[in-house]
Design a protein around this ligand. Structure first.
Ligand SMILES: [Fe+2]
Length: 213
């Protein structure tokens, strides 16, 4: 408890009640929609970094860089959303236990996750995240909090970008023999074929010019 010059007793919680013209019920609705998104962003940030750190396989560099880029975008959303909550007088995430309480995205503590499976799991998590962000935008609109809705639209756009990239990568990994190089067996077979240069040798004078193979 804290005493101000007025002599009135002010609780620490009311010290955080930033003035707003929104009704308390409107603030509550927005805060209850946004805080779980922040918790999910923290959880997904760590999960994406987990994959960035524990990746293995022929596409190491490509996925390592992609996961890092995606983790940065997820992390950037945390502060923006938390500050929106404070701007309307709500309180937000306090620590890791608070994140655990509110998040919907599960940790991945598997010892080893194949690269393609990482992409599949992140795709699913980001797809669900987009769904929840879109629902929160509706809550903001219904409760006159246009700025939080606008911020969330940009964050949703970033989430959809991640979904798009992960989806395209998962398609490539699932299409055998695709020219994008999804199937190493077919690629190696093509390379072996073109590396047999005797097939393309220029015939000597008087030699039969028909292909040797
Ligand atoms: Fe790194």
């Amino acid at each position: 408890m804290e005493h101000r010059n007025t002599g009135k007793t002010v609780s620490p919680a009311s010290r955080l009640a930033t003035p707003t013209d929104l009704e308390p019920a409107e603030v509550r609705a927005v805060v209850e929609a946004v805080n779980p998104l922040i918790a999910d962003a923290v959880a997904l940030y760590l999960k994406t970094k987990n994959y960035h750190w524990h990746l293995s396989g022929p596409r190491f560099r490509e996925y390592h860089l992609l996961f890092d880029e995606q983790a940065e975008a997820i992390l950037a959303s945390v502060d923006v959303l938390a500050e929106r909550v404070r701007k309307i007088g709500g309180t937000t995430i306090r620590g890791v236990s608070h994140v655990s309480e509110l998040r919907t995205i599960a940790d991945d503590n598997d010892d080893f996750v194949p690269a393609g499976e990482m992409v599949r799991r992140l795709l699913e998590n980001n797809r669900r995240m987009a769904e929840r962000q879109r629902a929160a935008i509706s809550v903001c609109e219904e409760n006159r909090d246009t700025p939080t809705g606008n911020v969330l639209q940009e964050i949703l756009d970033e989430t959809e970008r991640r979904v798009w990239f992960l989806y395209e990568i998962s398609q490539r990994d699932e299409s055998p023999g695709s020219p994008a190089g999804g199937n190493d067996h077919h690629r190696r077979a093509r390379e072996a074929q073109y590396s047999d240069w005797s097939l393309y040798a220029i015939p000597e004078a008087g030699e039969d010019p028909s292909p040797r193979a």
